[in-house]
Design a protein. Structure first.
Length: 472
C-alpha cells in the first residue's frame, strides 16, 4: 500500500516538473507515437491534346453562313476538309454553331435547330435548307479529335433572328415567336424609341436582330444554350456578338436599361433618353457629358456582368473547357458596342480616351476569360504597323491592354473587303502569319475557311505556317 502511494506521488511530481518547464512538453512515450500519414499521390498531368505540337496555336474560323452550302447536308465533305485543315498546318478549329439567325447546330433543349440559312450560292443569294439529321458539332468533335485537332465552338450571343437583305425575308425566333418581342433591343431613333422588331425595312435595317443584353429572360435563354453546349466534349467555347446591337450608340434604351442605369447612378432620370443621348444620335459629341460617360460605363458593366455569368456557367458544367470571347481589335471605338474587353488593370481614361469615365476601367472583362480572339481586320495593304488598322498593330495593342490577364490570338479577315474581296493574295500569307503570330500573341487565326476554299489558299497558308515553324 505504501509502495503504491509512493509511486503515485512520484508520478505526480514528474508531471508537475514537466508543466513548469518553459515549454510544457509531454514526454515522448513510445505508445503515443502516431504513424505519419502516407503522402497523397500527386495528380497525374492531363494529357496534351496535341502531344509534340510545335509552335503557337493556329486556328481556322468556320462560319456557319460561309460554309453552309458545303456543310449543311454533307457530313463526308466536313470530314474530308478537316483532313485538309490538318494538312494545312492548323492546330485548332473554331466551329460556328449558332449563327445570327439564332438557331443552333448541336443538341439543345433551349434553342431550335438551324434548318435553313441565307447565303450566297452559285445561283445567287438564297435560302438553303438543311435536310440532314447528323449532329453537326459532334461531327467536328469526332473527326477533329481523331485528327489531333482541338475543337472550339463559337456562338453568336445576343441575337434572335435575321432580316435578310434583297427582299429574301426573315428567319429566327424573334420573327417566329411574337411573345419574344419584349426581349428585343430598343433603338434610339430620330423618331423616338422603337423596338428593333418595328424596324423591318430591309433596305435600311437588315441583318441580325439583337436581344436586349440586360433582359433577364434573354440572359437565361442564352445561358441555357451555353449550358447545352458545354456538355459536348469540346476544348473551348467562344462568345461572338456578346455586345449591344450594331456598332452604334443607339441601342439599347429599353425600360430595363433605364431602370438599371438609374440604379447604377443612384438617382432617377426624368429626361429619357435626352439626358444621355439626343434622339437619333449615332456619334459622341465633344465634350462628352458626365452623364453620357456614366451611360457608357453602365453599358460596359452589363456586358461585363454577363461574361462573368457565362464563364461561371461553362466552368460549372465542365471546368476543362476554356471560355472566351471574340472582339474587334479597334478598342478606341469599341465602346460603341458597349464592350470593354481590356484588363480591369488598364485605364483608358488615364490613357487619354476622351469618352472614358473614371469607372470605365472597372468593367474590363479579360480576367474572366481563359483566352480571347482579336479581330485584326486590317486591309491587305496594312499588315505591319504599330497602331490600329494594321494587323500587327491590332495584336500589339491587344497585348498591352490585356496586361497579361489572358492569352489571345489575333487574325485577319481574308475575304470581306479591304483588298481581299477578289482573292489573289496568297503571296501575303507569310507576312500575315508573321505579323499576327509574332506580336506578343499566343496564336493566330484566319477568318474564314470559306475564303481559303474560295480562293484556294490552302498551299499558301501551309507555306506560311511552314516558314513560321522553321524560325522556332
Amino acid at each position: 500500500m505504501h509502495r503504491l502511494k509512493f509511486i503515485s506521488i512520484t508520478f505526480i511530481f514528474i508531471m508537475f516538473a514537466f508543466s513548469c518547464t518553459p515549454e510544457a512538453v509531454m514526454p515522448d512515450w513510445p505508445w503515443h507515437e502516431e504513424e505519419e500519414p502516407a503522402p497523397e499521390p500527386e495528380p497525374e498531368p492531363e494529357p496534351d491534346p496535341q502531344p509534340g505540337q510545335k509552335g503557337k496555336n493556329r486556328y481556322v474560323w468556320i462560319s456557319c453562313e460561309g460554309n453552309w452550302e458545303e456543310y449543311a447536308n454533307d457530313q463526308a465533305m466536313i470530314i474530308s476538309e478537316i483532313a485538309k485543315m490538318k494538312e494545312c498546318g492548323f492546330t485548332d478549329l473554331v466551329v460556328d454553331v449558332r449563327p445570327t439567325n439564332g438557331g443552333v447546330l448541336f443538341k439543345s433543349s433551349h434553342a431550335q435547330p438551324q434548318t435553313r440559312m441565307d447565303c450566297w450560292t452559285k445561283n445567287g443569294y438564297e435560302f438553303i435548307n438543311r435536310t440532314a439529321d447528323f449532329d453537326y458539332l459532334q461531327t467536328f468533335v469526332d473527326e477533329g479529335h481523331k485528327q489531333g485537332l482541338r475543337i472550339h465552338a463559337v456562338m453568336n450571343t445576343f441575337v434572335g433572328g435575321c432580316l435578310c437583305p434583297y427582299g429574301l425575308g426573315s428567319d429566327g425566333m424573334l420573327f417566329t415567336d411574337p411573345s419574344k418581342k419584349e426581349w428585343a433591343s430598343v433603338v434610339n431613333t430620330a423618331e423616338g424609341l422603337k423596338n428593333t422588331m418595328d424596324l423591318l425595312d430591309d433596305s435600311v435595317d437588315y441583318g441580325a436582330k439583337f436581344l436586349s443584353p440586360i433582359n433577364p429572360d434573354a440572359q437565361a435563354f442564352v445561358l441555357g444554350i451555353i449550358e447545352d453546349l458545354a456538355k459536348y466534349d469540346i476544348d473551348g467555347i467562344i462568345l461572338d456578338r456578346c455586345r449591344f446591337d450594331d456598332y452604334s450608340l443607339q441601342s439599347d434604351f429599353s425600360d430595363l436599361m433605364k431602370a438599371g442605369f438609374e440604379e447604377y447612378l443612384g438617382q432617377t432620370i426624368s429626361d429619357w433618353p435626352g439626358a444621355v443621348m439626343s434622339a437619333g444620335q449615332e456619334e459622341l459629341k465633344k465634350p462628352v457629358s458626365d452623364m453620357t460617360k456614366k451611360w457608357l460605363e453602365f453599358r460596359a458593366k452589363v456586358i461585363h456582368d454577363f461574361v462573368m455569368k457565362a464563364s461561371d456557367k461553362v466552368h460549372s458544367i465542365n471546368p476543362k473547357i476554356k471560355f472566351g470571347c471574340y472582339v474587334g481589335g479597334w478598342y478606341s471605338s469599341y465602346y460603341y458596342s458597349g464592350v470593354n474587353w481590356a484588363s480591369p488593370k488598364y485605364d483608358p481614361k488615364a490613357d487619354g480616351y476622351y469618352w472614358a469615365g473614371s469607372n470605365y476601367k472597372d468593367f474590363g472583362y479579360a480576367d474572366h476569360c481563359d483566352y480571347m480572339f482579336i479581330g485584326a481586320y486590317a486591309s491587305s495593304s496594312s499588315i505591319y504597323g504599330s497602331g490600329e488598322w494594321t494587323m500587327q498593330g491590332f495584336c500589339k495593342q491587344a497585348a498591352e491592354l490585356f496586361m497579361d490577364d489572358v492569352p489571345f490570338a489575333g487574325g485577319p479577315d481574308i475575304g470581306n473587303g479591304s483588298g481581299f474581296e477578289n482573292g489573289g493574295k496568297g503571296s501575303l500569307m507569310p507576312d500575315i502569319v508573321d505579323a499576327c503570330i509574332n506580336s506578343s500573341t499566343d496564336g493566330m487565326f484566319f477568318f474564314d475557311l470559306c475564303h481559303i476554299r474560295m480562293y484556294d489558299y490552302w498551299k499558301d497558308i501551309k507555306k506560311a505556317f511552314d516558314k513560321y515553324l522553321e524560325t522556332i
